[in-house]
Design a protein around this ligand. Structure first.
Ligand code: MN
Length: 480
């Protein structure tokens, strides 16, 4: 671990321009200079930390400015460097990113409740200024979690809880599944070491027992795809320990490989995903109810893939995901990879319409404007955004994300204030329902509005604070 050098980062910069690489090299040299003589608790030179953060960012396909800011992220706080100097030596975008990350972490060490809430709010809302700040913060947190063994037990638990509460949901919302899984597993290992150990042993056992079977499936699929000249890569994917733990907690039994392992097939283009699906189904029968097309209808965090569950070898079930190489990059690393795949301009337009593409940002912006009290804001974000979700379809086929327990009223206000204010009833899967109907996953909802309606009279059946507040406001208007 001790011997990471610039070359490790350099190896990850193959897709970057010469200009980008030289900018990153300059940022590295400067950070080295600034952190000279500083050491981490592990005894390593301090520079190993920003260097590791930059490596994570390069893996995520972040842009050059973000990688530079990753290298420089601790210079404002821990060295004599200033924002003005960073702007002059590099550029103003890098200086702003480093400044943003610094502002977030400055108060991390305070244990006062209100200060913690203020800081948590800053972490969460910094996304709305430049989402790259949170991406750097995620990489920073990931490396700190990887090296958590050098901290006190108290600090380990505290960091693990904070990671689960704030950084895991953030990783999910930007669609960075690989980062999310790793953060979950490291946190879980520190929070429940015994269960973690037991589950990883069990996982290793099931992996071993089914190794041959999965290799055979992989071989057969590979052969049929190669015969059709479809460029492909197949991976046997193990689920993360925390995910397995959650399933057991929900009452599932760990009996099938299906619960622990899955097959990931990557091909070159979208058309070939569907051809592959047909070919795979010709080899193994699919379970109808388990098929999902997240390519035509991506998840609200832009995740795309085809999911099918195959019956193999005497009713064993194997979950299978089929996607393009680009989709896989996006599913692993989220937004930064999305920007890379869709070109540089995507970064500018995405920051502008993040709230349209990723529904989470819209909820966040609304909530930020609704609560001035920091503690209330943080508890509401945890309660409504960083919580279990329900997903429903509206008339145009769009998937809408709401906190679990939401009703037709919440959905109506999520779709727009005018819709909430004039809704009279709705259809759920073609059955007429009232405004207090609690949404279930995959419900098809059609809302019916009437301009003459005065809207919901009581907010008791609303789950989200936005709907509650809007209904209350209307009620106050009448009472005047
Ligand atoms: Mn750091």
């Amino acid at each position: 671990m001790n011997n990471i050098s610039f070359n490790d980062l350099f190896q990850k910069l193959k897709g970057y321009s010469e200009q980008d690489v030289s900018l990153i090299r300059r940022a590295y040299d400067y950070a080295c200079d600034m952190h000279k003589g500083q050491y981490r608790q592990s005894g390593e030179e301090y520079i190993t930390h920003p260097l590791n953060v930059a490596c994570i960012l390069a893996d995520m396909h972040a842009d050059a400015d973000t990688i530079c800011a990753g290298l420089l992220h601790d210079t404002l706080e821990d060295t004599i460097a200033t924002k003005e100097e960073l702007a002059k030596l590099f550029n103003s975008s890098i200086a702003n990113l480093v400044d943003g990350v610094t502002k977030i972490s400055k108060m991390n060490f305070s244990s006062k409740k209100e200060q913690n809430a203020a800081n948590t709010r800053k972490i969460i809302t910094s996304i709305t200024n430049d989402v790259r700040i949170i991406i750097i913060k995620l990489a920073d947190r990931l490396h700190n979690m990887r090296t958590l063994e050098f901290k006190s037990e108290y600090k380990q638990k505290e960091n693990a809880i904070e990671t689960m509460e704030i950084f895991v949901p953030l990783a999910y919302y930007i669609g960075a599944y690989r980062i999310k899984s790793e953060l979950e597993d490291i946190s879980f290992k520190y929070l429940k070491p015994d269960i973690y150990k037991r589950l990883s042993d069990k996982k290793a056992k099931v992996e071993e027992e089914n190794k041959e079977l999965l290799e055979e499936i992989e071989f057969k699929i590979k052969r049929i795809l190669s015969n059709k000249n479809i460029p492909n890569e197949i991976k046997i994917r193990t689920k993360n320990i925390y995910g397995i733990y959650k399933r057991i907690n929900e009452g599932h039994k760990l009996s099938n490989i299906h619960d622990l392992l899955s097959l990931k097939i990557m091909v070159d283009e979208i058309d070939n995903c569907y051809i592959t699906l047909g070919l795979v189904h010709s080899l193994y029968k699919p379970i109808y109810a388990k098929f999902k097309d997240y390519i035509c209808n991506p998840k609200t965090n832009m995740y795309m893939s085809l999911h099918t569950t195959l019956m193999v070898d005497n009713d064993k079930l194997v979950q299978t995901q089929i996607r393009t190489f680009d989709m896989d990059k996006i599913a692993s690393f989220g937004l930064p990879a999305y920007w890379e795949v869709y070109g540089k301009d995507a970064r500018i337009s995405m920051q502008e319409d993040l709230h349209k593409k990723y529904q989470f940002f819209d909820s966040l912006i609304k909530m930020n404007s609704m609560f001035s009290d920091n503690e209330l804001f943080v508890s509401q974000v945890k309660n409504e955004i960083f919580t279990d979700k329900v997903y429903v379809y509206i008339s145009n086929g769009e998937r809408i994300e709401l906190p679990k327990g939401s009703t037709i009223m919440d959905l109506a206000y999520k779709l727009g204030r005018d819709i909430g204010d004039t809704i009279v009833y709705a259809y759920a899967n073609d059955t007429m329902v009232g405004l207090d109907y609690v949404l279930n996953n995959n419900d098809r909802i059609k809302v019916v509005t009437d301009e003459m309606s005065l809207g919901p009279k009581s907010n008791l059946q609303a789950r989200t604070s936005y709907a509650k507040m809007m209904i209350l406001r209307n009620k106050n208007d009448w009472d005047k």
